[in-house]
Design a protein around this ligand. Sequence first.
Ligand SMILES: [Zn+2]
Length: 273
Amino acid sequence: MGGNQRPRGTCKLCLLDKWLCESHLIPKGIYPLLKSVRGDPIMVTPEVMMRTSRHTKAYLLCDDCEDVLNRGGETWIVPLLATANDTFPLYDIISKTAPDLDEPDMKAYAASRNAEVAVDKIVHFAAGIFWKSSVHSWSCTQRESLIDLGPYSNDLRAFLLGKELFPAAMTLHVLALPPPVRIISTHLPIKAKSSGFRGYCLYVPGIDFRLCVGKKIPDELRRTCIYHSPLHPIVVAEYAQRELANDMVAFGARLRRRANASSSTTAASTNSP
Ligand SMILES: [Zn+2]
């Protein structure tokens, strides 16, 4: 520990030996948005769905690398997320141009035609959270990292530092919910259903990010990747609001079943002679 009570160690991003600071998995600035709903924020992790005021944080990065993530995307996007007061500035910016695809349940906007949408900031923001999830458990009880990006974790690290382009073996998909956004919560990156490649999703108020990883990502997914597609598409989908709400309810039920199962196992083993 230094005089400032911070540990010294290898920064996970620059890999240099530095004084480390407490890094948040979900940027600190998002917590006040969640707080404004009712009581403490709802956090969904692979283990629990809970109301908590605890921030998910760890000594992970040096000050310089924290700044790389702040300037890379967090500072730009956090004030533009959906709030409990029915504001969603990022949606207002995205929808300033006419949609390129307009269907009853879904619209798609080419951010390439809207200079106000900072595609590079959106990509850096999501890449930062997915990457942090791949290098640390963010859990008191688990040791393995929250998600497994395999060798691509290091490619994403190089991208965050501005040394490489966004990995060719990854696609990032951005789904914004149309206002009024009813889901003012967040879930940490979790594995999503996919076949032939790995998929992960992450939700922050108003935006659902999907990350696909692997060499077998289908071409149609590549065409909707905000980074790789020259149109830089952003989808606004009412159905995403229903899907997310359903996912969260199903997830809560699954956790409750698991908790009940483990408490009855505990009870059984306590009762056994
Ligand atoms: Zn660093």
